[in-house]
Design a protein around this ligand. Structure first.
Ligand code: ATR
Length: 296
């Protein structure tokens, strides 16, 4: 039985969505959506779908979603978030701007719309994790300029930060991102050199790590926090481990900290609501369930 037939068999006629990636076995999305399906006693299914990274395989995916009546859409993870774009019927403006799609919704007319919910997830986790933090209160610093950084930078600029300091090992990538997301209202994205990352923290209200540094199996993030105000929020989007070296160091000096699990959970909400028609919230219980599934 191929992966599509297996998914259809699992769904057994119920409405379904799935995480699509290559590989896809390690994804925690089934645990997070499965929690909501159970919590709200929804007769639906969320599965896994391995799809090879080539155009023909992605075309097959789009055709499958369209022809299968109970398919509601999917999430996309590496390496499909960019390559799926030309195969969808419509790309929501936010996703077009970021240049990546993590959520596909089959609309009432059967067409497929690509959305990006990472920025939403990032900001929701920030507002729940650091109540009272205000985007317009001062400069923020973002480390990294990869795929995740694009969503984070777009979300922070849209939220109204007056100045965003962007620091990346490869400066050219940061410059390109800065050019793409600088609004024309006088607010700024300032590119700082990786070697100057400690100074970039001076006077900031928020520090975000979007690099893979500090993730299990990766190098630690080497960052001197001396110039970071004690009032700043420190947000690491890494979620394995939950408490990265950055968060441990920041917590020890009294900064408010946010780990990456909240963003993972909140980014799932818009997709779930669109596929299954039920509004969902992130709870401590769901956090525990997904953390246990992750083994963190
Ligand atoms: P994601 O989609 O998760 O953002 P990515 O696009 O591969 O992943 O981006 C990884 C980020 O981590 C990049 O900003 C990368 O910096 P480069 O643009 O210079 O590659 C950063 N990164 C990875 N390893 C790093 C290291 N050893 N030192 C500094 N930055 C690193």
């Amino acid at each position: 039985m191929n992966a599509y037939d297996a998914l259809v068999a699992e769904a057994a006629g119920r409405p379904f969505a799935a995480i699509v990636g290559w590989p896809v076995e390690h994804s925690r999305s089934p645990a997070l959506h499965g929690f909501w399906l159970e919590q709200h006693r929804i007769d639906g299914h969320y599965g896994r779908l391995p799809v090879e990274p080539n155009r023909q395989a992605l075309e097959e995916l789009a055709a499958f979603l369209k022809r299968t009546p109970n398919a509601r859409g999917c999430n996309l993870t590496l390496p499909h978030k960019v390559e799926i774009i030309p195969l969808l019927d419509r790309i929501a403006p936010g996703a077009a701007r970021i240049g990546a799609v993590n959520t596909v919704v089959k609309l009432a007319d059967g067409s497929l719309e690509g959305r990006n919910t990472d920025g939403f997830g990032f900001l929701e986790a920030l507002s729940y994790g650091a109540p009272g933090w205000r985007a317009d209160a001062g400069p923020v610093a973002v480390l990294g300029a990869g795929g995740a950084a694009r969503a984070v930078v777009a979300a922070l600029m849209d939220a109204g930060v007056p100045e965003l300091r962007l620091v990346n090992r490869t400066q050219k990538t940061a410059i390109d991102l800065g050019v793409a997301f600088t609004p024309n209202d006088g607010r700024r994205i300032v590119i700082d050199r990786w070697d100057d990352r400690a100074q970039a923290l001076d006077g900031t209200t928020l520090l975000v790590n979007t690099t893979s540094l500090g993730m299990k199996g990766q190098l630690p993030l080497d960052l001197d926090l001396a110039q970071l105000p004690h009032t700043a929020v420190v947000y690491d989007i890494v979620y394995v481990p939950l408490e990265t070296g950055l968060l441990a160091a920041a917590r020890a000096r009294g900064n408010r900290c946010i780990d990456g699990l909240g963003m993972l959970l909140h980014q799932g909400r818009p997709g779930f609501e669109a596929w299954f028609g039920t509004k969902v919230m992130v709870s401590a219980e769901q956090r525990r369930a997904v953390a246990a599934d992750l083994g963190v």
